[in-house]
Write a protein that binds this ligand. Sequence first.
Ligand SMILES: NC(=O)c1ccc[n+]([C@@H]2O[C@H](COP(=O)([O-])OP(=O)(O)OC[C@H]3O[C@@H](n4cnc5c(N)ncnc54)[C@H](O)[C@@H]3O)[C@@H](O)[C@H]2O)c1
Ligand SMILES: O=C(O)C(=O)C[C@]1(C(=O)O)C=C[C@@H](O)C=C1
Length: 392
Amino acid sequence: MTPTPAEDTAALEKVTQTTQARHTIPTPVLVRGTGLLGTSIGLGLRAAGLEVLLSDPSPSALAVAQDIGAGTILDSESAAATGRQPGTVVVAAPPDVAGEEIIRALEMYPSAVVLDIASVKGAIAEQVHRAVIDQRITASQASRYVGTHPMAGRERSGPVAARGALFTAAPWVICAEDSTRPDSVAAAEDLARLLGATVFTMTAAEHDDSVALISHLPQIAASLLASRLQDTSTLALSLAGNGLRDTTRIAASDPQLWVQILTANAPQIAPILHGMREDLDRLITTLENPTADGSRLDVAQLISEGNRGQARIPGKHGAPPQAFSVVTVLVDDTPGQIVAVLTDVAEAGINVEDLRLDHSAGYEVGMLEVSVVPGRKEKLVEELTNRGWKVV
Ligand SMILES: NC(=O)c1ccc[n+]([C@@H]2O[C@H](COP(=O)([O-])OP(=O)(O)OC[C@H]3O[C@@H](n4cnc5c(N)ncnc54)[C@H](O)[C@@H]3O)[C@@H](O)[C@H]2O)c1
Ligand SMILES: O=C(O)C(=O)C[C@]1(C(=O)O)C=C[C@@H](O)C=C1
């Protein structure tokens, strides 16, 4: 069901061929760290026609990234022989080592733009400043560095999980400083845009404050929630519906990565957890005495507050929130069914905004949820029903 990286890249190529704009990214681009993010960036840049070089301390991660088409392994001997240097270095290493990798790249490649994509920005900027103070690098070398963070990812790690289209319509934060060279900032912005992302400019401190709530709290909440399931009976788990799946997907994330993210941003996260604990304490007190005066109002208030927060989450492409209409189609669990439904949707001239497949435990059928803009729902139901599909 999920496209392979090659299919994904082919689809992306079609898009980038038509949207490819002029850019200021010095090439070749060296991706240092070929895990989920580095390989996705390599795939996306290759699809846009850029030359990409790859390096990673893990030979297997490197080989897989090259095999699936994210770029060519940087051969340091032939690079030294030809004198060819990367024009841009994208450090896509784990947060703990990103600072050192940035400093090393600034030293090794005297004219390259160097950017990183780690999930925390203040601690890494601080390491680069410290390297200048300690005279390991000059201020001029440091001015080629731009801290960035694509707000797109997956709950899986490694190059096998990479997707060239990962960044399409996702926010990509650029944390330039006054001392950052304008050509480095322009290259970082162009790279984000070339991969289909939307650029947001903010300081490292603003970024870290924002992601504490927007990204780090969701991970903590999902992990705490899913950890309750560890000793649950299989029977109870077999009742799991979308509520549980929607709220626990990212609980499958890599512990090694998240221990680095959460500790690096701990001062921003802790106050938010205190606020959440207050709400939780209030709810516990209420539910321990659910028939007391005001208890129902208290619970309703809590859910309403959640409604208000949820309604503020922006929709696709950063547009205002828009509730898509969902049409659920019953499909046999056999090859070709999904393609057949989607072909019929396309023939009806209706755009698919989102797609999701659910299986009911114990049945050989799937429920394909096709999201469309609200005004198109009735037409889609009619078209699919006329073509013999069971719309539920
Ligand atoms: N996973 C996400 O959803 C996500 C989203 C946005 C940003 N990020 C950031 O991207 C970076 C990479 O995350 P990922 O999800 O791709 O992790 P990953 O585990 O999939 O890949 C990390 C890669 O870095 C390599 N590596 C380890 N030490 C290195 C070093 N010293 N120099 C170069 N490479 C090294 C590893 O061998 C591995 O191949 C992290 O800084 C993370 O914070 C992750
Ligand atoms: O969607 C996911 O699976 C993610 O993990 C994405 C997510 C996020 O919180 O949005 C997680 C951490 C990254 O730093 C950036 C993006």
